[in-house]
Design a protein around this ligand. Structure first.
Ligand code: AMP
Ligand code: MG
Length: 409
């Protein structure tokens, strides 16, 4: 058991506990494949483009034809027209041109396109004002990707661009790693779900909502097991059942040292607990353990703490369990606009908003940063990372920010 690990150390340790699964892949259509992880490498089955194509509207010519030995201009008879999807069927005749449009197949023997802007058309002829060179405005076959070249590596996450590339290569489906089976529940006697009315001392459970929504971007199937009271027997029964048929379980609340905090003791009874007091703020109480092969993440109950620990410590591990290659979240430098008070000891993640000004990225924390305040996320677009060892940060200090654009995908 180790205490007060740095955030990076904790993540490295967590990731070392997760074996990359060797499950059989499943074949899904590309429409179903968004966010999934490729189970095997995909090699381009065809050249893209499949034929020599024109990159511009203009005239297909052969730059080696005798007419081009002289200085411009050149006057050539126009032999025909090649449109996208309707190619000119015959070979380009010597000292001739074929009218051609973007994406159209280049006629055999042609090796250059003269762009429309460098021509004047007269009936049946074209006047060309510049000498063409071999390869001008041509897209050779395989220019995007050549048949047999690697398209997608095993472990790549399939986003819109990868799916478009597979589609352009004529693929209709792809073999992906099965989704991670994730169970989620909240612990706390005070928690209720709307539309139930709140009694004194009760609050609505928001952690299941945010954790399920954050998981939606991942190749994960979430089973929402609801709210479990602060009762060790009920927590134990729920956790044991969840661990039996899920790859991972996330709980929130009850991992600290209060009288009603039972999650850690239950994990210890059912399996093994590696509890790290991580040097992170918000989110210090964070439990990780295993029951059999199931990974357990006990997140703190405070909503901001649950979100920050999920994004920085749980999400990368879920992606790894899903077969993805590990990747650090994007960090960019920004100039702090206001003072941040910070006591050395824990890496702090404040919610902030960055904007672009003439000098580059500028960032300010949003409103009150208390760890219960979901309001601190309102209009935030990043986390501001305040290093563990530093004290107060003065305005104009350079800080690293983690844009939500990178964190949430
Ligand atoms: P705990 O980690 O159980 O000590 O909870 C810390 C704080 O977070 C308490 O104020 C709880 O009421 C609150 N909390 C715990 N779970 C949730 C939840 N699911 N949604 C919103 N607030 C919660
Ligand atoms: Mg609690």
């Amino acid at each position: 058991m180790r205490e007060f690990l740095g955030v990076d150390e904790a993540l490295t340790l967590l990731q070392s506990r997760v074996a990359v699964p060797s499950r059989n892949g499943e074949r899904v259509t590309l429409r179903e494949a968004r966010g999934r992880i490729a189970a095997a490498a995909v090699v381009a089955p065809i050249d893209l483009p499949p034929f020599p194509a024109s990159a511009m509207d203009g005239y297909a010519v052969c730059s080696r034809d005798p007419i081009f030995a002289a200085a411009p201009p050149y006057r050539l008879p126009v032999q025909g027209t090649s449109l996208a999807g309707s190619p000119w069927p015959s070979e380009l005749a010597v000292d001739h041109a074929v009218r051609i449009f973007t994406g159209a197949a280049v006629p055999p023997r042609s090796d250059a396109i003269v762009i429309q802007e460098e021509t004047q058309a007269t009936s049946g002829y074209v006047q060309i004002t510049r000498r063409p060179g071999p390869g001008d405005y041509l897209r050779p076959p395989g220019h995007d990707v050549a048949a047999g070249a690697p398209l997608i590596d095993a472990g790549a996450q399939l986003g819109p661009f990868e799916l478009a590339w597979l589609t352009a290569c004529g693929q209709a489906d792809v073999v992906v790693v099965p989704r991670v089976k994730l169970a989620l529940f909240s612990t706390g006697d005070e928690l209720r779900d709307a539309p139930a009315a709140l009694g004194t001392g009760q609050i609505y459970d928001s952690n299941r909502m945010v954790l399920a929504e954050l998981s939606r971007a991942l190749p994960v199937d979430v089973d929402d097991l609801g709210i479990v009271p602060d009762d060790p027997g009920t927590i134990e029964a729920t956790l044991a059942a969840a661990a039996a048929d899920h790859d991972a379980v996330i709980t929130s609340g009850g991992v600290s040292v209060g009288d009603a905090d039972h999650v850690r003791a239950v994990i210890e009874r059912l399996g093994s607990l590696e509890f790290w007091k991580i040097a992170i703020r918000p989110g210090k109480p964070f439990a990780y353990g295993r029951i059999g092969s199931c990974h357990l993440f006990g997140l703190p109950g405070n909503p901001v703490s649950a979100i920050v620990t999920f994004l920085l410590l749980v999400k990368p591990v879920l992606l790894q369990l899903a077969g993805a290659r590990t990747q650090d979240p994007l960090r960019v430098a920004a100039t702090l606009q206001t003072r941040i008070e910070h006591t050395a000891g824990r890496t702090e993640y404040q919610r902030g908003r960055y904007t672009m000004d003439a000098r580059g990225l500028a960032v300010s924390p949003t409103s009150d940063q208390s760890s219960n305040r979901l309001g601190s996320f309102y209009e935030a677009n990043c986390l501001i990372e305040v290093p563990r060892a530093c004290g107060d940060l003065a305005p104009h200090t350079t800080v690293m920010v983690l844009p939500f654009g990178g964190l949430l995908n």
